[in-house]
Design a protein around this ligand. Structure first.
Ligand SMILES: CC(C)(COP(=O)(O)OP(=O)(O)OC[C@H]1O[C@@H](n2cnc3c(N)ncnc32)[C@H](O)[C@@H]1OP(=O)(O)O)[C@@H](O)C(=O)NCCC(=O)NCCS
Length: 188
């Protein structure tokens, strides 16, 4: 099914939609990577509360921005989040923190448009470079390769009691990425 979608900055009213995408997409992306018990226990209500706090007032730390993709019926199909790099890898000012789409919204260019929106935000904030950390076993890592990310690093990570490995992809110039949003902001 094709979804025409609008990508726009998130507001506190999007908290429930983001939480729904978060839970659904983690449950469909991470089986076999994260412990079953953790995925079963994910709570949309908990994430909604967290996101409402983050998106309200001064909740989001300086420089951070969250975007949502909104379908024609107003429902939230995906979200993405970026800001200053948090992990201390030298040479990369920005970071893509999260990018998740409902299954039915994947494969239609929405992820590419999200990456472009985040690159535009970071460039406007004066940051020309960025990286993303992704679980090594997550096939979505090849999406970042497809969009020009260079493999930078690999490191162990503990999450929900599991010992995992994550890899970083980096962009030394966000300008080409920002230009990928050649399509108009509404429709498409
Ligand atoms: C990863 C994700 C955000 C990509 O978004 P998407 O809307 O499905 O991707 P797009 O349709 O914009 O694809 C852009 C390009 O990347 C390619 N691509 C997308 N996913 C890919 C994958 N897993 N492997 C290789 N290439 C991929 C597409 O074929 C397309 O290539 P093209 O230039 O030839 O057209 C989305 O699939 C998703 O939400 N995955 C599950 C959650 C997840 O793992 N998120 C990342 C956590 S760090």
């Amino acid at each position: 099914m094709h979804f025409a979608s609008l990508i726009r900055p998130a507001t506190p009213a999007d908290a429930a939609g983001i939480a729904h995408v978060h839970v659904e997409s983690w449950r469909s992306t991470y089986p076999g990577m994260l412990p079953d018990g953790y995925l079963v226990g994910l709570s949309a209500a908990t994430h909604e509360k967290r996101w409402r706090g983050l998106l309200s007032g001064a909740g989001l730390p300086r420089g951070r921005r969250t975007f949502v993709a909104q379908g024609p019926d107003g429902g939230i199909l995906g979200f993405a989040s970026c800001g200053p790099q948090r992990t201390g890898l030298p040479g990369f000012g920005g970071e893509f923190y999260a990018l998740y789409l409902l299954d039915q919204a994947q494969g239609q260019g929405v992820g590419r448009r999200f990456l472009a929106a985040m690159a535009q935000h970071l460039l406007a904030a004066g940051t020309r470079t960025a990286l993303v950390w992704v679980l090594r076993d997550n096939p979505s890592r090849y999406f970042y390769e497809r969009l020009g990310g260079d493999l930078l690093a690999e490191q162990p990570i503990s999450f929900a009691g599991a010992r995992l490995r994550e890899v970083a992809y980096g962009w030394t110039d966000l300008v080409p990425l920002a230009r990928l949003a050649a399509d108009p902001p509404v429709g498409g």
